[in-house]
Design a protein around this ligand. Structure first.
Ligand SMILES: Cc1cc2nc3c(=O)[nH]c(=O)nc-3n(C[C@H](O)[C@H](O)[C@H](O)COP(=O)(O)OP(=O)(O)OC[C@H]3O[C@@H](n4cnc5c(N)ncnc54)[C@H](O)[C@@H]3O)c2cc1C
Length: 382
């Protein structure tokens, strides 16, 4: 069985490893000229995602480059703590902690593992079209290349060409109204401990920061769209928020982004014949729940399990979609709820300050539920 994977972001390399495990011949194609990828600057691989990597035997390689997160703390624009979530027991409870990692490091690690297993990744191959027949398919690329395969999986993210080529009636991703920026800086004496995700509902925008044990602080900002993301604009948007935010932004050599945050939650079908979508290509969600990457990893494992156990490719793809939809839809709605709470403004702030302790309790329970999800590789899928 020859599988063509389009996209070497997060879902693509993880799927390549799973398909190799079930004995498939695998080729990965990637539009970018090299593995370098930095959208979002850094991210958290949740315990459920780390467990997928663990079953593959590659979690240690990722954990070595990242840092465990021990807690979340939420404050308002005045710097008053309005809620917190203790995550110090995650390793014991789920096997792995929420692992914060620079995105570029995650990509470099995953692509290196794939290449070490002898799976080819063709960089500079941007998919432009797919032709299916009764017995197989042919994929066309912008550089003139054509590749044949028995099945194709679109792991090509939010703006998936696989989706637009094979599912022409699919709605487009929608803007959430928030834009993400990020950066890395060193500032001494921050008013929160290392390895805590410190979240601030600022007056005009949301701000998150995480300090590594080595003292580097990774930060992101979710704010309104507007002019180019300069230091000056960020300092203006956060001028009434805790002063450490201004200090951190001022100490950042390069502000990264902007990344307008999109959602794609109403894809009518994830599979058609010998083509399937997974990860953001099928279900992009607001990063507020911190689950996009981990869901993409779960998708990859589940798809491989279905291909291993089903009698043919279309049956495997249908089983995959049926198994994955409920979980993805649930987390999509939770991400949406959390994203909506980031809306700035005095009325929103008044309600949030009063209701956040309650939201935090629900949020902690939703997080724990998401983290505890397991796919049993040994069990038959279909
Ligand atoms: C700002 C931001 C912060 C985030 N933070 C978190 C977080 O903390 N935790 C979390 O779990 N998730 C987070 N996410 C979400 C997470 O990044 C995504 O859910 C995840 O990257 C999805 O992986 P993917 O492989 O499906 O898509 P991607 O990672 O987007 O990879 C898609 C790949 O396909 C390639 N490609 C695109 N078109 C083509 C084509 N035509 N031909 C060939 N290749 C193509 C792209 O170049 C890319 O390499 C965040 C997202 C953003 C934007």
């Amino acid at each position: 069985m020859k599988a063509l994977i389009v996209g070497a972001g997060i879902a693509g390399p993880v799927l390549a490893l799973w398909l190799r495990r079930i004995g498939f011949e695998v080729v990965v194609t990637e539009a970018r000229p090299s593995p370098a990828l930095a959208e979002g600057a850094f991210l958290g691989v949740a315990p459920n995602g780390m467990r997928v990597l663990d079953t593959l035997g590659v979690a240690d390689a990722v954990a070595q480059l990242g840092h465990p997160c021990r807690a979340f703390s939420f404050s308002n624009a005045a710097g008053r703590t309005i809620g917190s979530i203790d995550r110090s027991g995650d390793e014991r409870a789920f096997g792995w902690p929420l692992t914060m990692i620079r995105r570029a490091d995650l990509h470099t690690a995953l692509t290196a593992i794939v290449e070490r297993q002898g799976i080819p990744i063709h960089f500079g191959h941007e998919l432009t079209g797919v032709e299916q027949s009764a017995t197989g398919l042919e994929a066309r690329f912008a550089n003139g290349a054509r590749l044949e395969a028995d099945l194709l999986v679109g792991c090509d993210g939010l703006r998936s060409k696989t989706r637009t080529a094979c599912f022409p009636d699919c709605p487009r991703p929608e803007l959430t109204g928030l834009v993400d920026l990020g950066g890395f800086a060193r500032v001494s004496r921050l008013p929160f401990r290392p390895q805590v995700n410190q979240m601030v509902f600022g007056k005009r925008a949301f701000f998150g920061a995480f300090t590594t044990p080595e003292g580097e602080t990774w930060w992101f900002h979710n704010g309104p769209p507007g002019e180019a993301p300069t230091h000056a604009r960020l300092l203006e948007l956060h001028r009434d928020d805790p002063p450490w935010i201004l200090e951190l932004v001022a100490a950042t050599p390069h502000v990264l982004g902007p990344w307008p945050i999109h959602e794609l939650g109403r894809v009518p079908a994830w599979t058609r014949g010998r083509v399937a979508l997974l990860g953001d290509a099928a279900h992009a969600m607001s990063p507020s729940a911190g689950q996009g990457a981990s869901l993409a990893m779960e998708d990859a494992m589940e798809l491989a399990r279905c291909l291993r156990d089903a009698p043919d490719v279309p049956t495997a793809f249908r089983a995959f979609e049926k198994l994955r939809r409920p979980r993805v839809d649930r987390i999509f709605r939770e991400a949406q709820r959390q994203s909506n709470r980031k809306a700035p403004g005095p009325i929103a702030a008044w309600f949030r300050d009063r209701l956040l302790p309650l939201f935090v309790r629900f949020g902690a329970a939703a997080q724990t539920e998401a983290y505890s999800f397991r796919i049993d590789w040994e069990q038959r899928a279909a």
